[in-house]
Design a protein around this ligand. Structure first.
Ligand code: AGP
Length: 354
């Protein structure tokens, strides 16, 4: 099978168009935000697997950029440990809108008189129909079992919902908005600029057996997703930590067959990351920085240079793209079919009406 015949890589390459489509249809998001807006609410974002990781990233923006009282929990935890405080708004992220835990969590929320907003690929699915409001992530169909464009799309839609709910001063609103509108163009540059590097990196990763992903802030959520892509498509053991947490125990894992993929943006985490990269390399690990800092990428044979001019706020979302590509090429290089991983289905249904 030729590389271009796999759905996964084609869906990864579609992401700039998806960003453009979402940004063109922001009115609906703004309308929903107006409808669910209440005084002093607390927001919960839920999902399973990739959709939970999308919640983690978007909630980071909600809290740190938009000053919303927002948190992300897996759908099952929302069911088992329901929040007691009101008023609440629940954002439920699910590509399929059929995942048992997420569906059950939204039903519970409705019984608790919590406003529910579905963020999903098909508003006619059960979750889309049952929630009070529904936001279509605008991806059309995603053929691959693993989530790629649906991941970045639901993350973006959920970030935008937080943006519309926020009470940001107009100058900050404008600043963030000016960055957001660049997403399709910059996304396209990322997609074109990193694919060859991701392919080479994946080839060099063949001699490695275990991987660690490190990121900070919203990039931690991006790393959770990057590692999940590698696990799902190539059945490889991966761990994920906030950057400096690697020193607190997982350092013991570092040896010659371990690859460490680190998101290194040009921000306050740079110096600490730079020191860590050196230390990890000195312990025999292969460090693979994904960065827009040339001093970092030029220092390591296996690295992925992100294009210049990426606003810091867009780095976490865009750094998912090279990680998706690395997972794809690593799996294909091992003779696996990343579109149809073993033991996986597009969504999981199980008894979950506890
Ligand atoms: C993604 O690549 C996975 N196959 C899986 O984690 C998925 O995100 C999860 O099962 C949730 O699916 P949903 O978004 O359709 O609810």
């Amino acid at each position: 099978m030729h590389v271009n015949d796999f759905h996964m890589i084609n869906e990864v390459r579609e992401q700039a168009n998806v960003f453009a489509r979402i940004l063109q249809n922001r009115t609906l998001i703004a309308n929903v935000a107006r409808e669910v807006s209440v005084r002093n609410p607390r927001y919960y974002a839920i999902g399973c697997g990739s959709s939970y990781y999308a919640s983690i990233i978007s909630v980071f923006y909600h809290e740190h950029l938009f000053s919303l009282d927002s948190r992300a929990v897996p759908s099952s935890e929302f069911i088992w440990y329901p929040p007691s405080l009101n008023p609440l708004v629940l954002m439920a992220l699910s590509r399929s809108g059929r995942t048992s835990e997420t569906l059950e969590a939204t039903r519970r929320a409705k019984k608790m008189h919590i406003s529910t907003v579905a963020v999903t690929a098909d508003p006619s699915n059960p979750m889309g129909k049952e929630c009070d409001y529904c936001l279509d992530i605008g991806i059309g169909e995603e053929k691959s079992v693993v989530m790629t464009k649906s991941f970045t799309a639901s993350t973006l839609v959920s970030i935008l919902l937080g943006f519309e709910l926020s009470k940001l001063p107009s100058a900050n609103r404008k600043e963030f908005n000016d960055e957001l509108v660049q997403l399709p163009t910059i996304g396209d540059r990322v997609i074109r600029g990193v694919e060859d590097q991701a392919r080479t990196t994946a080839e060099n990763m063949k001699r490695l057996n275990r991987f660690i992903y490190l990121g900070s802030g919203a990039s931690y959520g991006a790393c959770l997703e990057g590692a999940l892509k590698l696990r799902e498509t190539s059945y490889t053991a991966c761990e994920v930590y906030h950057i400096p947490e690697i020193r607190h125990g997982p350092f013991a894992l570092l040896e010659n067959d371990v690859g460490v993929i680190v998101i290194v943006p040009d921000d306050k985490t740079l110096n600490q990351s730079q020191m860590l990269l050196k230390e990890m390399a000195s312990k025999g690990a292969t460090v693979i920085p994904i960065s827009n800092v040339s001093a970092i990428t030029e220092s390591y044979k296996n690295s992925i240079r992100m294009p210049d001019g990426i606003p810091a706020n867009l780095m976490p979302l865009l750094s998912v793209i090279p990680m998706q590509m690395v997972a794809f090429y690593y799996a294909v290089g091992r003779g696996l079919n990343p579109d149809l991983p073993r033991n996986l289905t597009k969504f999981v249904t199980t008894e979950f009406d506890q």
